[in-house]
Write a protein that binds this ligand. Structure first.
Ligand code: EPZ
Length: 430
């Protein structure tokens, strides 16, 4: 089993290019289902979730080809299938993103219910309610979502929660529906805006993406597109925290600070210097001890839940006490018990973790439980005294494009290793 070994204490110095965003690349690949012909996406990250999406699309009969550095060509002209099977969907919830476009393209879709994951139940009821409003017949049978619609018809939709993939699914279902769709209380994340830009490049008529009211005018057909996926704001935020925890001085390239305002504001509050330079370059300087600060995760433009675990790692070695409240997912504190094995002082009370900064973390054997939890353990290992061994490192590979390689290139003493199969389990007794 893949593991990561880190000797803590090294400063991070140098420059690193931020990869394309996982949460923009996945909906982009789903959007390729809407057109009969080859779409090309550049700046795509090489990571496990993209590989899973490739398997999903090929299972439908699509042609999916890496064309070299970050470029993917997807041609769904020949698709015959309409099913996203359980064994693929259970490994990646974002598989639900094929529901809307497949329904719009084929008039039917059979998508396994994603089921929960480590961080929460992850329901898709709002996706289904919206599709029904657009005229789909939805049945749940044997763990599958069975959707049918001869022709989708535009309608006014209201999302009880600004669900990101829910907004994306409904946008993709609405772009070729008959008439106008207005999505109210839509998610405003930059990745939603990036998907709208891709759909517009394909000929869709969308106004308001990136705001809470998105209006879509249905069009007859869409055409293949070529599009560069936006940079990954969560990877950028993770690297900024890494600099802050190691007294680092790094330069991020391809970094869109406007996508990270809440995170940058907090990191500056605690004493990390973040300076925009020319064309997407950002200097990040940490001077060792940071001040503490409280965060509450919120839908965009609030502090992103995908940066909560990384910010918590930073607060474990801050001066003072911080309150970290997770408002988006019901179980996104799985990293707490692992950080406490590294001598972090954290008390969880309901949706809030109270973190008291300690002078130094101590390296330990820990286990990754989910994508962003694994990132927080890597960050903690960089700052800890001694050796940290992280098991189940495949979680990290799901959502980061060679983060270990990037950190090593910046001077971290970090490497991937093969761990003895039951090393993680023995300790956990699982
Ligand atoms: C997207 O997940 C991201 N994934 C997540 O990133 C991110 O954490 C999340 O948005 C929030 O920003 C992708 O974009 C592929 P939601 P998504 O629907 O769309 C509830 C990462 O680490 N909800 O916005 O699944 C839900 O339970 C991943 O990269 C319903 O109740 O999240 C949650 O409490 C993790 N019913 C809240 O809404 C629904 O039908 C927000 O979920 C849908 C969602």
């Amino acid at each position: 089993m893949k593991g990561i070994v880190i000797e803590g204490g090294e400063r991070l110095v140098g420059e690193v290019r931020v990869s394309g965003a996982k949460n923009a690349a996945l909906p982009a690949l789903a959007a390729a289902l809407l057109v009969e012909g080859p779409c090309t996406f550049t700046n795509c990250p090489r990571l496990r979730d993209v590989d899973t999406f490739q398997a999903l699309l090929e299972n439908l009969g699509a042609r999916f080809q890496w064309q070299g550095q970050g470029e993917i060509e997807v041609d769904t002209a020949g698709i015959t299938g309409v099913t996203a099977p359980y064994d693929l969907v259970k490994t990646m919830r974002a598989s639900v993103l094929i529901l809307g476009p497949l329904l719009a393209r084929m008039g039917e879709a059979m998508v396994s219910l994603p089921g929960g994951c480590a961080i929460g139940a992850r329901p898709v009821d709002l996706h289904l309610k919206g599709l029904q409003k657009l005229g789909a017949e939805i049945e749940l049978e044997h763990g599958y979502i069975k959707a049918r619609a001869k022709r989708l018809t535009g309608a006014p939709l209201y999302l009880d929660i600004p669900t990101v993939t829910g907004t994306e699914n409904l946008m993709m279902a609405a772009v070729t529906a008959e008439g106008t769709t207005v999505i109210e209380n839509a998610a405003c994340e930059p990745e939603v805006e990036d998907l709208a830009a891709i759909l517009t490049t394909m000929g869709a008529k969308i106004v308001g993406a990136g705001t809470s009211v998105v209006t879509i005018e249905g069009v007859k057909r869409l055409r293949p597109a070529r599009y560069a996926v936006m940079p990954d704001r969560i990877e950028a935020g993770t690297l900024m925290v890494a600099a802050g925890m190691t007294r680092g001085n790094i330069m991020l390239k391809e970094c869109r600070l406007e996508h990270l305002e809440a995170v940058v504001a907090k990191l500056r509050d605690v004493g990390i210097e973040i300076t925009p330079l020319k064309n997407g370059e950002v200097r990040v300087v940490g001077d060792g001890r940071v001040r503490s600060a409280d965060i509450k995760t919120l839908p965009y433009p609030g502090f992103p839940t995908d940066m909560q675990a990384q910010f918590m790692a930073l607060m474990t070695v801050a001066n003072g006490l911080s309150a970290i409240t997770e408002n988006i997912f019901e179980n996104r504190f799985m990293h707490v018990s692992e950080l406490k094995r590294m001598a972090a002082d954290i008390r969880v009370q309901g949706a809030t973790a109270i973190v008291t900064g300690v002078p130094r973390l101590s390296g330990a054997q820990v286990m990754a439980t989910d994508l962003r939890a694994s990132a927080s353990l890597v960050l903690a290992g960089l700052a800890a005294e001694g050796t940290t061994v992280i098991s189940r490192a495949y979680h990290l590979e799901r959502g980061y494009d060679d983060l270990v390689g990037k950190l090593a290139a910046l001077g971290a003493d970090v490497k991937e290793v093969d761990l003895d199969e039951d090393a993680g389990e023995q300790r956990q007794g699982v």
